[in-house]
Design a protein around this ligand. Structure first.
Ligand code: FAD
Length: 362
């Protein structure tokens, strides 16, 4: 049976919850469909040592401050899961966990949302499915020939996972190549190196560390200034990219200061047993960890036919340019500055809910 409703939110991570908070304030009737069986979005899958790059009071969704985590300036991922679980309950948000949306289809003036457990007909859809379910792996020659272990950031948990990976007689954890010059690459390389694993860190361009006193608070302030400048027609101030890429969170700083974080330029190919450098020399490796980013999870929107040549759906703010019934929330800066962060998603969520309220009342 098809249920009629004002708005369907697809995805119940932080972006979906922030959307729910603001849809409720607009008095709209909505449901949040989330494929994950429990609250927390992608935070529940992060590696064990991951901590936020901002303190708790700079990592909050609208309406409810994230409480500090005792003993930690920068909360860990488990603390974020607890916060999101509590947020969902506190605001009594109608989240249906364990419900995967397969497709959003045009249906006259409305949209038809088909999920594995039912169908909804709605006046608008907010897509907030994040990127975690679409890890990106670069096309590197020899990738399929390598006989060691390959995993993406999404598969990394802790250094102990590499116990016994080394080939006898050396044994131990063997040697691990970490690919990627962003925060995930630096943090995972640091996590492994600080635990005694032999790490080769490989980046496409020399890593750019932010100053040690720059954390998520500064990044958010810069993103806010950028948004303000854009809103006021003063032009693009350049955002956070000009500052650097890697936040020097405590483990990264510790590994860097201990001389354990030397990046090497990208290798040219994988061999069956390791990597080959640009000069033709080769190095053995037991595992490759690809910290090479993500792509937005938008397959459920394919029936709407809105994707541009580079795979993204063109948006004005959060609203799809070619279909005003669809909003995209989270994902990255193309849906609003800092919209893929805890503190930054509140504002675009509010704008999306207001826009939808206007649309549905017109
Ligand atoms: P997600 O958390 O991925 O939630 C999306 C939800 O949608 C999931 O529950 C998923 O199951 C569901 N879903 C997906 N497809 C479907 C479908 N077809 N049907 C139904 N449900 C679906 N941000 C910060 O503010 N501070 C930080 O310190 C920080 N550190 C980060 C560290 C890492 C390693 C990464 C990867 C990101 C970090 N971020 C940080 C960025 C950002 O806050 C997270 O990526 C965040 O999880 C994005 O939230 P989201 O709600 O957009 O997506």
């Amino acid at each position: 049976m098809t249920q009629d409703i004002d708005v369907v939110v697809v995805g119940g991570g932080q972006a979906g919850l922030a959307a729910g908070y603001h849809l409720r304030r607009q008095g709209l009737d909505f449901v949040i469909l989330d494929a994950a069986p429990v609250p927390g979005g992608s935070w529940q899958y992060m590696w064990d040592s991951l901590h936020l790059f901002s303190p708790a009071d700079h990592s909050s969704l609208p309406g409810r401050l994230m409480p500090a985590q005792p003993g930690e300036t920068y909360p860990d991922a488990g603390h974020v899961v607890d916060y999101l679980t509590d947020y969902e309950k506190r605001y009594d948000l109608p989240v249906q966990h364990g419900t995967r949306v397969d497709g959003v289809h045009p249906d006259g003036e409305r949209l038809l949302v088909e999920a594995d457990s039912g169908t909804w007909r709605s006046g608008a859809v907010i897509s907030a499915t994040g990127t975690w379910s679409r890890p990106f792996l670069p096309a590197v020659p020899g990738r399929d020939d390598f006989t060691g272990r390959q995993l993406h950031t999404t598969g990394y948990r802790c250094p102990a996972d590499f116990n016994g990976l080394g080939v006898p007689p050396a044994g131990g954890r063997g040697s691990v190549v970490v690919v990627g010059g962003g925060n995930s690459g630096a943090q995972i390389a640091a996590d492994l190196a600080l635990d005694g694993v032999v790490v080769t860190w490989v980046t496409q361009r020399p890593p750019r560390f932010l100053a040690d006193d720059v954390d998520g608070r500064v990044l958010f302030d810069v993103a806010t200034a950028r948004r303000r400048a854009l809103d006021e027609g003063r032009g693009d101030t350049g955002g956070v990219a000009s500052l650097g890429d890697i936040v020097a969170v405590p483990p990264v700083r510790a590994a860097r200061d201990a001389g354990l974080l030397h990046a090497r330029p990208m290798f040219t190919r994988l061999t069956t047993t390791g990597i080959q450098w640009a000069d033709g020399s080769q190095a053995e490796a037991d595992a490759i960890v690809w910290c090479t980013g993500f792509r937005p999870a938008l397959a459920h929107l394919a029936p709407l036919g809105l994707r541009g040549p580079r795979g993204q759906i063109p948006t004005a703010g959060t609203r799809a340019v070619a279909d005003q019934r669809l909003h995209l929330l989270g994902y990255g800066d193309w849906t609003g500055p800092a919209s893929a962060t805890l503190i930054g998603v509140g504002r675009p969520a509010r704008d999306a809910a207001r826009d939808i309220a206007r649309l549905l009342s017109s």
